[in-house]
Write a protein that binds this ligand. Structure first.
Ligand code: NHX
Ligand code: ZN
Length: 639
């Protein structure tokens, strides 16, 4: 990333020292007095008058309200010698001429001139007008200069593209980070698992490659494309890849950067951005998080600054002729909040969804990141892709990096499959807390809880197979977890499967109750999840007999979390609550039935889990399907 900088940057201390230097310079020149200042002594006006009347005063100088005077040689008090250094001799040159200058605050005294004249004193007034001018300069100009210095420093920091002349070089610049054509190394090959998005953008690439082909036929290229998708799916990467593929410059700016500090700056930044873009055309302008400026303009009050910025953006996008070669790409994860004006044809008329990757997409993404690290032994990325449903490209990149860090931590030079698997656990539930001491009784509760989940899952139709059970506590606060993983990715969930999920979630608590006849707070997370699924079945998926296919809740934003809005009467809300309770009760009963029917396996597997702390899904199934009880294999507790 090359941030252009034509002027060398002058830091704040440069200006401070300059100002200080100027001050010293001016002050140094600013006070030339005829009376040399040896020792100065402040006296009162009556002392001065007495000396004058006694004829002791030699010379008087009046300067800006202060009288400076010296006494005649004979009148000098004897003991007022200059500073005596202990070197045995005096260093000060012309020590004999060192006389005391007395200073008096001048008083309103109209007869003073006459009196001085009568006493035969040499007297003069030093008007100090030149100095006054300098003094005024100092008083007013230096602080102003100082502020200018500070402001220019701040603006320079804000406007990273500090090009352009003048002290205010950073002012009003667009902040866009530009990457010149040759330097965008990213291509579509670096973007995995987004084939449809690539296809949509391919047209823009080929237009930028060969605009003539399009202009000849009279086609108008889309001026902008909106990349829509959840965080971490690689929208920025995708935009960069378009520039890389087309071999054109890439100007990138983030939406929130437009709304900064000063009113009116946003609009001017938009202007500057497009001016720069037209100079560099053909090029790609990328506006990340455009929702920051592109939010719907609402009637009441609102944010004037943001609206001005948006209006400027709209008019700039209309402004450049269809074939000027500037293509604007923007990214957002809240398309529903964007202003309609932005989305109409001629502006962002293309919407390119950038979705979370599917299983094969995840594998492809993992492969790309895995190519950058050293590995050893067999690496099964498909297995990692299988256990990371819902992970974004950024999550997967993090999994690979975490695995590499883990390998380094254990003193190895390459990443093994085990590192990758552990790193998925870290992403899911945090790091292991091996130092945490857990009592034997609590260990038992945790083990029964987790085996409860696993057993209920295994004994139900429609539940995903168990992948791993562990009772090693994690930094997220989880004391243990049971991981399930489907062989193939699922896109739909039938009613039976949804209910099986709730039953599985209640299995942990059910095991606690059956074994210990008491329950703990630990199931809170399970309860929340179970309730969420039950609610969704009733209010969104039409899976309840009494309500049928009516939606009582809507997703607020499909890309950001699971926020929903309630949309029903209070009576219905109360009925929904009762139905949710009934559904979960039914699930809990079913879980308890399953566990009671398999009580011996529950005890057996829990004992194995306590001994080994972690067991794989395969080991779990082996014990479950074994006709006779296996003794807990204490010696196999590894790592
Ligand atoms: C607490 N933790 O908060 C203690 C330390 C019942 C054996 N007082 O249901 O660990 O109670 O099947 C991800 C997932 C915190 C993050 C679950 C963070 C749960 C987890 C609360 C097992 N496994 N509960 C479970 C558990 C707890 C919690 C989580 C999380 C326990 C249970 C945590
Ligand atoms: Zn649980």
């Amino acid at each position: 990333m090359d941030e252009k900088q034509k002027k060398p940057r002058r830091p704040l201390w440069f200006w401070l020292i300059l100002g200080l230097g100027a001050a010293v310079f001016i002050f140094g020149l600013g006070a030339p007095r005829t009376l040399s200042s040896g020792n100065e002594e402040n006296v009162t006006y009556d002392v001065f008058l007495t000396a004058l009347e006694e004829g002791k005063v030699q010379e008087v100088e009046l300067k800006s309200g202060t009288l400076y005077y010296t006494l005649k040689e004979t009148a000098q008090p004897a003991a007022t010698a200059g500073p005596q250094l202990n070197f045995g001799f005096r260093i000060m040159s012309g020590s004999s001429k060192k006389e005391t200058v007395y200073t008096v605050t001048a008083m309103e005294d109209p007869n003073l001139v006459d009196r001085l004249h009568a006493a035969g004193v040499t007297f003069s007034e030093n008007p100090g007008t030149g100095n006054m001018l300098l003094l005024i300069l100092l008083q007013y100009a230096v602080p102003i200069l100082f502020y200018i210095a500070i402001f220019s420093f701040l603006f320079r920091r804000m406007g990273k593209l500090g090009a352009g002349g003048g002290l205010m070089g950073g002012f009003g610049k667009s902040n866009a980070r530009s990457i010149d054509g040759g330097e965008v190394k990213t291509t579509f090959a670096d973007v995995a698992g987004q084939d449809e998005a690539k296809e949509s953008l391919q047209e823009i690439v080929s237009y930028l490659h060969n605009p003539k082909e399009y202009t000849e036929i009279g086609a108008r290229m889309p001026r902008g494309a909106l990349l829509i998708g959840p965080p971490g799916t690689g929208k920025t990467l995708m935009a960069r890849a378009v520039a890389g593929e087309a071999g054109v410059p890439f100007l990138s700016i983030s939406g929130p950067e437009f709304v900064e500090l000063f009113v009116g700056m946003g609009a001017s930044k938009v202007r500057d951005l497009f001016k720069e873009a037209r100079e560099k055309a053909p090029c790609i302008v990328f506006i990340d998080e455009i929702d920051a400026i592109g939010k719907k303009r609402d009637g009441f009050g609102g944010n004037d600054e943001r609206e001005q910025t948006l209006n400027q953006l709209l008019s700039e996008m209309d402004g450049f002729e269809g074939n000027s070669g500037v293509v604007v790409l923007a990214a957002t994860n809240r398309p529903e909040s964007l202003d309609k004006a932005l989305l109409r044809p001629g502006r962002f008329d293309r919407r390119v969804p950038v979705e979370l990757p599917d299983q094969s997409g995840r594998e492809a993404i993992l492969r790309i990141h895995c190519n950058r690290i050293k590995t050893e032994g067999p690496i099964d990325l498909a297995a990692i892709a299988r256990i990371t449903p819902g992970a974004s490209g950024a999550d997967l990149a993090n999994v690979i990096n975490e695995a590499a860090l883990c390998a380094v931590r254990s003193g190895r030079h390459a990443v093994k499959q085990k590192d990758l698997e552990d790193s998925v656990d870290v992403a899911l539930a945090g790091k292991q807390r091996k130092s945490m001491v857990i009592s034997q009784r609590e260990k038992e509760i945790i083990a029964y809880h987790e085996v409860g989940h696993a057993l209920v899952a295994a004994k139900q139709k429609g539940a995903s197979p168990v992948h791993k059970i562990t009772i090693i506590p994690r930094t997220s606060g989880a004391l243990g977890f049971t991981m399930q993983a489907d062989e193939d990715e699922r896109f739909l969930m039938d009613k039976q499967e949804a209910f099986a999920k709730i039953v599985t979630l209640t299995g942990g608590r059910a095991a606690e109750e059956i074994r210990f006849d008491s329950v703990t707070t630990g199931a809170s997370n399970d309860i929340e999840q179970a309730t969420g699924i039950a609610r969704a079945m009733i209010t969104r998926y039409g899976m309840s007999e009494s309500f049928g296919m009516t939606a009582f809740e809507q997703m607020v934003n499909p890309y950001l979390g699971n926020d929903t809005t309630m949309n029903c009467s209070q009576e219905t809300a109360a009925r929904i609550d009762r139905e949710v309770i009934a559904l979960i009760d039914k699930a809990y009963d079913q879980a308890k039935t399953i566990l009671r029917d398999n009580r011996s396996k529950l005890d057996e597997i829990a004992q194995v889990l306590i001994a080994r702390e972690t067991i794989s899904g395969q080991e779990f199934m082996d014990i479950l399907n074994a006709p006779v009880a296996l003794p807990a294999k204490q010696e196999e507790t590894n790592e």
